[in-house]
Ligand binder design. Structure first.
Ligand SMILES: Nc1ncnc2c1ncn2[C@@H]1O[C@H](COP(=O)(O)OP(=O)(O)O)[C@@H](O)[C@H]1O
Ligand SMILES: [Mg+2]
Length: 367
């Protein structure tokens, strides 16, 4: 048998658990075949990546991988997105446009969220799968294309068939190969490797403390690998020093049992990091700090500590602080309302010229 060089390249899929090893092996085998494949699993488990892996391992690897999100578009737009249209076929169609199916000629078409397709679109897709021909909207000509179809969904398609929302014949057509990607909570052994991969991709030389990594392993990860990515990226921001500690993780991930001394120290470091991010323009208050407060990753004490830093830098001037925190002058009332509503107001007078430093510190730490 001829050796396929693609088969030797490193996998896109990280994780050494038994389940992930199996997924990689199935993706390799699916790559050898040209059969249609259906990938199912919860949101964020890696369906997209598995589809790319199958393509990369296939004879079509030098052709294009063309993803189409079937949930994102209204039916008529999806039709022209997939099949293309000719000029003048509907209002706004000023020129001919090739559809994604044609773009994928010689490569792979990835139909993401295929469970959301309307019944009419399902019928059109089925027709294409049966005869391998596309007809652009408004066109008379049928064009033959050579496309491999991979579809994905987080829906249970068998249930949708039972409720009449998905065509059974289409389900059979699409799932010649069916891969189920297990949720992350069923393969916690993959977590350290995924974390290392995410840190490395972001160019961070940080590591997780043993305690923090243990908490990561115990979390249920309803958002799967996507959630894991968010948590790691956020922890990188919150961490001080080279190690991500338990306290740098969101409430949902860390377990109880922080001790008071480290909490106090943590708050000081957190305020320092956030303040630096705001001052350098990497963060703005509404875009970055506010969501962290809403998700309870920052407490009102953290906000007060941060505002105190700001007032200290602006000598007690709230208007200058707005600018420093990346807000417009028009945000003055919104910001004050926010602080008042959450009991985060800090008395600016303590930061005016001549206010004793000791008192400033106590303003900050005793609240
Ligand atoms: N096994 C894995 N190894 C490396 N990255 C992964 C893995 N699984 C998922 N990811 C990453 O997690 C994120 C979510 O994966 P994605 O394929 O978009 O999930 P889904 O399509 O199932 O919602 C992506 O950034 C993806 O690169
Ligand atoms: Mg996806």
């Amino acid at each position: 048998m001829q050796k396929d060089p693609e088969a030797e390249s490193p996998s896109l899929l990280m994780g050494s658990s038994r389940q992930m090893t199996m997924v990689r092996e199935l993706a390799r085998r699916a790559g050898v075949s040209d059969a249609k494949a259906l990938i199912t699993g919860e949101s964020g488990v890696g369906k997209d990546l598995v589809a790319r892996e199958i393509h990369a391992r296939s004879r079509r690897a030098h052709g294009r991988f063309v993803p189409v999100n079937c949930a994102g578009l209204a039916e008529s737009l999806l039709e022209s997105e997939l099949f293309g249209h000719v000029r003048g076929s509907f209002t706004g169609a000023y020129r001919d446009r090739r559809g994604k199916i044609q773009e994928a000629d010689g490569g792979t078409l990835f139909l993401d969220e295929v469970g959301e397709m309307s019944l009419r679109m399902q019928a059109m897709l089925l027709r294409f799968l049966e005869n391998g021909e596309v007809q652009s909207v408004g066109d008379q000509v049928l064009r033959r294309v050579n496309v491999r179809v991979i579809a994905a969904t987080n829906r249970n398609l068998a249930e949708r068939v039972a409720s009449g929302e998905f065509r059974e014949d289409l389900l059979y057509r699409l799932s010649v190969i069916h891969m189920v990607i297990p949720p992350l909570r069923e393969r916690p052994g993959d977590i350290p490797e995924l974390v290392a991969h995410i840190l490395q991709n972001g160019g961070h030389s940080l590591r997780f403390s043993a305690e923090a990594m243990r908490a990561m392993g115990q979390h249920r990860w309803p958002g799967n690998v996507r959630e894991l990515q968010n948590v790691v990226e956020q922890a990188v921001w919150l961490a001080s020093g080279n190690t991500i500690q338990l306290d740098d993780l969101p409430e949902a991930v860390r377990t109880a049992g922080r001790n008071l001394v480290t909490r106090h120290e943590r708050r000081r470091q957190l305020a320092d990091n956030l303040f630096d991010a705001l001052r350098s323009g990497n963060f703005t208050f509404w875009e970055h700090v506010y969501p962290l407060f809403l998700s309870r990753d920052l407490t009102r004490h953290d906000i007060r500590e941060l505002v105190s830093r700001g007032l200290s830098a602006t000598k007690g001037n709230y208007r200058t602080l707005l600018k420093l925190f990346g807000m417009s002058p028009d945000d003055y009332h919104r910001f004050h309302n926010f602080l008042a509503a959450h009991d985060c107001k800090v008395d600016f007078r303590a930061f005016r010229n001549g206010a004793p430093a000791a008192r400033r510190r106590s303003e900050v730490t005793t609240v």
